[in-house]
Design a protein around this ligand. Structure first.
Ligand SMILES: C[S@@+](CC[C@H](N)C(=O)[O-])C[C@H]1O[C@@H](n2cnc3c(N)ncnc32)[C@H](O)[C@@H]1O
Length: 233
């Protein structure tokens, strides 16, 4: 039996509450947790998507809108729609110059079938209550031949590294949580959510089931982070 979902994953209002508290410090903490390499991985994801010049993309669970910004910076004629559950995150994305922001739940996307040339998601799917349902929803709003790019944390395969990695994320999360918010548990949701998340390979298999082909998965930090690129069948 997989471990039960943490409470914030079972209830979107708890998820929204948690990310509203995190939002003002989110960019700082993302760079810290990714050892400063986050933007490089996201840039790689944008390259892999091979977007047309005038692409319409969805930056899902956008947070402060990194993917929207990267796509607009690379392709000035492209249009990015940034969607998130948390208003505080959407406000920050808008303040960074992301023009189209939408408050939306990834489990019920307010877009028609085949709307987007590509969907990008950074550290998002791990937080959703039902991965398969979210993957089907993402596939539904992507046009045939369109791209899907996801960057997320995963449990490393090597048992020793896995233990070290989880301990490191827990200790680091607790220290930063205490320092920035006075709440040691606020960032330990990362290692907690990893324990109930699928493996890199299982993630690829679920994308195939949801309607994607040609899955390319590349790991970083010895499998602690992975970038998945898939093409909608
Ligand atoms: C860890 S942040 C990722 C932010 C950004 N994508 C990045 O790459 O840095 C996760 C985001 O997912 C959003 N989120 C969580 N559950 C969601 C859902 N069901 N639908 C849409 N967004 C959700 C949160 O509000 C939060 O902004």
């Amino acid at each position: 039996m997989p471990p039960p979902l943490p409470p914030e994953k079972q209830d979107s209002s708890l998820m929204r509450e948690m990310f509203s508290v995190i939002a003002p410090r989110y960019d700082f903490i993302t760079r810290v947790f990714s050892y400063g390499m986050d933007m490089r991985w996201k840039r790689q994801g944008v390259e892999l998507a091979a977007l047309p010049k005038d692409a319409l993309i969805l930056d899902l669970a956008c947070g402060t809108g990194d993917f929207s910004q990267l796509v607009s910076g690379k392709l000035p004629a492209a249009r990015a729609v940034a969607a998130d559950l948390t208003h505080g995150m959407l406000r920050l994305a808008a303040a960074r110059g992301v023009r189209d922001t939408v408050c939306a739940d990834a489990m019920r996307l307010p877009f028609q079938d085949g709307t987007f040339d590509a969907v990008f998601i950074g550290y998002g799917l791990r937080n959703f209550p039902d991965l398969d349902r979210a993957a089907r929803e993402i596939a539904r709003v992507t046009r045939p031949g369109g791209a899907f790019v996801s960057l997320d944390f995963f449990l490393p395969r090597n048992a020793v590294w896995r233990k070290l990695y989880l301990s490191y994320l827990t200790v680091q999360g607790a220290c930063w949580g205490l320092l920035l918010h006075g709440k040691p548990r606020i960032y330990t949701y990362i290692p907690d959510s990893l324990r109930s998340f699928v493996s890199m390979d299982d993630f690829s298999a679920r994308l195939v089931k949801a309607g994607y082909g040609k899955i390319d998965a590349r790991g970083f930090l010895a499998g602690g982070i992975a970038l998945h690129h898939a093409t909608r069948r």
